[in-house]
Write a protein that binds this ligand. Structure first.
Ligand code: PMP
Length: 372
């Protein structure tokens, strides 16, 4: 077996120990004589996994008791529609901060919902530059959000552009102004401790720091879920899933099982404080290689907002970038090509990427620059 060093943006690397355990348990889960995939979602064996995953999330993230933890399907993209369907009623306004592709997609979906029911979507702030790209995120004091807004929505880490809020300060929140703050943390959740009560709702697709694709995590204040629209189909109402402990219908059981294993692995690493230290060291190794390259490598992102999870790197030209990706692949580093809309190189450093892998890539970057 020859496992590569995987720097993909998601689906992304999973901890080796987790994959090994899943392999060991695949055919006979816990002496039940069948796979966890084959168990009824109403049976004891699966229920134990399901409830343990929720309990681990609560404990690792210090989620307050008045918050629900919910597993959904449809990816984070489904949330772009489900959020306004639940919380943007006729006559109301919602505000969106756009600092990249994902914010752009979220506001576009909200506008469709708003138009269909006589609501309004406001652009609270955008950092789109003249070329239609993004190199920074609008700082919270620049957000324009009226007090009567039903909610404000933003993505805390823009996976494609490598722009992250809260690198050296707290994540933005307007909760203290009484404005419900909703955050897409798909590529941000679970690499560091955060203050959950700064948000009315957080959501994240699992396929970065939490597990495989196919399950979306939602953490939301119960009181906030209560105000959600009850005239939309039941499956789309958050309360349906919150009230049923995410067992209203068949959940993605195997994905949730893997999430549970990943959470157990995070516990073993020492929890979120320990994981954060490691992640920051990984990011320092890559940003350090960029800075030491004398301009060969360049990170276009505003220095104070450079993402710890997704490092975007530009080389002198596209030819150099193509050569880098090809040679890196030969050397066992994969998943480094930037998003097709942004170009360049992108190094994703989610939890399962080891410090050693990041250091080895940094060394490769240095030798590539010297030889190019
Ligand atoms: N938001 C962010 C910040 C993302 O990075 C992604 C996926 N990369 C999405 C939303 C969309 O997620 P999904 O593909 O699970 O719908």
């Amino acid at each position: 077996m020859n496992r590569v060093l995987n720097f993909s943006a998601g689906p992304a690397a999973l901890p080796f120990e987790v994959l090994s355990q899943a392999q060991r348990e695949l055919l006979d889960f816990n002496g039940t004589g069948m796979s966890v995939m084959e168990q009824s979602h109403r049976g004891k064996a699966y229920e134990t996994v399901h409830m343990r995953a929720i309990a681990r999330l609560r404990q690792l993230m210090k989620i307050p008791d008045d918050y629900s933890v919910v597993f959904l399907q449809g990816g984070a993209s489904m949330q772009f529609a489900q959020v306004p369907l639940n919380f943007l009623s006729a006559g109301q306004k919602a505000a969106y901060v756009v600092n990249g592709t994902w914010g752009d997609k979220a506001i576009a979906e909200a506008k469709i919902v708003a138009a269909s029911r006589g609501a309004e979507v406001l652009l609270a702030a955008s950092s789109k530059d003249a070329k239609g790209s993004y190199q920074s995120a609008p700082l919270q004091p620049l957000w324009s959000v009226p007090n009567e807004a039903a909610y404000v929505h933003y993505a805390s880490n823009e996976t494609i552009h490598g722009i992250q809020y809260g690198i050296s300060d707290a994540l933005p929140s307007l909760e203290s102004r009484g404005i419900s703050t909703i955050c897409d943390m798909s590529s941000d959740l679970m690499w560091r401790p955060i203050n959950v009560s700064d948000f009315s709702m957080i959501y994240a697709g699992a396929q970065k720091n939490l597990g495989p694709s196919g399950v979306t995590l939602l953490i939301a204040k119960r009181k906030f879920l209560d105000v959600g629209d009850s005239r939309i189909p039941k499956m789309l109402q958050y309360r349906t899933h919150a009230e049923a402990d995410s067992l209203y219908n068949t959940p993605p059981t195997f994905a949730i099982y893997l999430v549970d294993l990943v959470l157990g692995w995070i516990e073993q690493q020492g929890g979120l404080e320990a994981i954060e230290r490691l992640n920051r060291n990984k990011a320092s190794a890559i940003y350090g290689a960029i800075e030491a390259s004398g301009g060969f490598y360049r990170c276009p992102v505003e220095a104070s907002q450079r993402s710890v999870m997704n490092v975007v790197v530009r080389l002198p030209d596209e030819r150099a970038e193509e050569a880098f990706v090809a040679q890196a692949e030969q050397a066992g580093f994969v998943g480094l090509k930037g998003h097709r809309s942004a170009g360049g190189i992108r190094v994703s450093l989610y939890n399962a990427v080891t410090l050693e892998a990041a250091q080895r890539l940094a060394a490769f970057m240095t030798s590539f620059a010297a030889s190019f």
